[in-house]
Design a protein around this ligand. Structure first.
Ligand SMILES: [Fe+2]
Ligand SMILES: [Fe+2]
Length: 166
């Protein structure tokens, strides 16, 4: 379902739609990360992906708490955006040079983090506007973890992977 389908009429509808969108996205990310951990060669990258897998489980459970606070069932809605990002960035085993593979994995992961940051950023703002600071607080914790994960990836890319891949 895209935005502005006939089922979305109010800000509340829009908020819930975005919540379901990111809930679906987090579930897809949970499935993608173990494959990325397997493919990564750089030890810091592998460890970073593993940490973020653990954090991502927390993101799912925070979203479930938000659904509960709003008296809603925790359910996802198809999110073609994250499907596209994950599919377009699916790093296959065809790259022989491990450093090139790591660089590709970092690029893929950063595309995902940026998607999450834009979604959570919007959700935090809307929750605050709606007077739901309880929901905003939880969503903000996740937003901060996505930002930190993104920064860590930049650091690994700049300090280790890209230099060696060049
Ligand atoms: Fe996440
Ligand atoms: Fe993330």
């Amino acid at each position: 379902m895209g935005l502005f389908s006939k089922d979305i009429k109010t800000m509340d509808d829009l908020f819930v739609h975005q919540l379901r969108d990111i809930y679906y996205a987090e579930a897809q990310i949970l499935k993608a990360l173990p494959k990325m951990i397997d493919k990564a060669s750089n030890a810091h990258l592998k460890a970073g992906f593993s940490d973020h897998l653990e954090q991502t489980r927390g993101h799912v459970s925070r979203l479930e708490q938000v659904f509960e606070m709003l008296d809603l069932n925790a359910e996802g809605v198809d999110c073609p955006a994250i499907d596209g990002i994950l599919e377009a960035n699916e790093v296959s085993g065809e790259v022989d040079d491990k450093r090139v593979l790591d660089a590709a994995l970092i690029a893929a992961a950063q595309a995902v983090e940026h998607y999450e940051m834009t979604r959570y950023g919007t959700l935090v703002a809307w929750a605050e506007e709606a007077g739901r600071s309880d929901c905003a607080r939880l969503l903000k914790q996740t937003l901060e973890e996505e930002r930190a994960a993104d920064k860590k990836l930049t650091k690994i890319a700049e300090s280790e992977v890209n230099l060696k891949a060049a």
